[in-house]
Design a protein around this ligand. Sequence first.
Ligand code: ZN
Length: 498
Amino acid sequence: MELNEALARLAELQKKLYAYQAADSALYLDGTTVAPKDTAEGRGVALGILAGERHRLFSAPETGELLDFLWERGAELDQLRRRQVEELRRSYAQLTRIPAEEYMEYAMLTNEAGDVWHRAKEAGDFELFRPLLEKLVAFNIRFAGYYDSTKAPYDALLNEYERGVDTVYLDGFFAALRGRIVPLLRAIGEKEQPDDSFLYRHYPVEAQRKFSDYLMEVLGLDRAHCTIGETEHPYTLEFNNKDVRITTHYHEDDVGNSMYSVIHEGGHAKYELGISDDVQYTCLAGGVSMGVHESQSRFYENLIGRSKPFIQAVFSKMREFFPEQLGDVTAEQFYRAVNKARPSLIRTEADELTYCLHIMVRYELEKQLIGGTLEARDVPEAWNRLYREYLGVDVPDDRQGCLQDSHWSGGAFGYFPSYALGSAYGAQMLKNMEAEIDVWGPVSRGDLSGVSEWLREKVHRYGGLLEPADVVKNACGQFDPAVFADYLEKKYSELYGL
Ligand code: ZN
């Protein structure tokens, strides 16, 4: 085989993989937005075929031969191509280590588990979900061995979401945070809480939609390349760097819910839209890791969106959308309300300060489940004990406890820590950004272009060209969780007069 021919085949392979992904995404988007209710069956048939074809293409011996050939000629490739081959070989090795029957069996299991989890959550009945959880844990322990047999199972799973991260690293990270957050929370508990009742007045969906359009504009999301839809759970879906979709969910009795969903998903969208053209339609398109992705969404949501300058910038406009609901509220009151810190039961509704404690509970349980020191049947009890210990709250039922998140039902063990890592990365990015550019002057005028430009330069444009750890280093320098703890301490001390 000639090198040129091999490179042409490499490009073709990646374009085909992109096409399968695009078809899959389009069906998912359709199914969660505009498709009629009872139409899942047909999409399921199509999705199954697409997954099978993709698997066949990617795991074919010719694909392995092509990648080996290019790997051997690595010295003759440019950085982009070399990196593509490196990543594809990694995925190929992993995919071909998993026996095809197990792969299919697992796909069926997660499909069933998603359904059962929904019902179990609705009924608040953990026993319904328990047998599925047992199987999912067993599968993941086995898969961890396929991913990387040199690592402990949970470390191998963590590595799938944030390469280079393991339990030693995370134990230190979470202990450092817990040591600072818990005393802070205790001190806040003795202070008077701000009034946030106005957030829960009646906010008609139509006005909220217009407000979302305005937020998209402030975020600098070009509507020719990014639309906003409505789904049960908000998400971001990217086709390529010129076509990204975000969704939100409007709650008429809670204006902050959708507002911060839009800003959060908008942060994910900014990342995808900022990735450079030269990695499009390759395996390097898309954000580099879950942790880095969450660093971007949570950056916009919390570090910018819950900052005083940002709220001062958007609040007068917000009052135009909601004159009756916010006519008697000041920007300062609104700022305090959306930063109210209070231990709670539900992760997705947690404030910026207590959020990481929710993650720590899941991390501890996953570590023990995959490590074999906790049985699935003991999860509710362990969950409730840790909520009492870390957050000081009593869990009344499993619906508001260990059944609240969908991650485990989808087989995602090792995903949760990405959220906390992302928050911490973001705080350190902000610190570096502040040292280099005037962040808050423009933000207080509703101008986020400088922030976006900085993030695009340091994080977005690379896509998967660099390792996650190198992207983090590029934007954060030497990672230090104390920077995040310092940020929280400063912000909440001011908010609560500590
Ligand atoms: Zn997110």
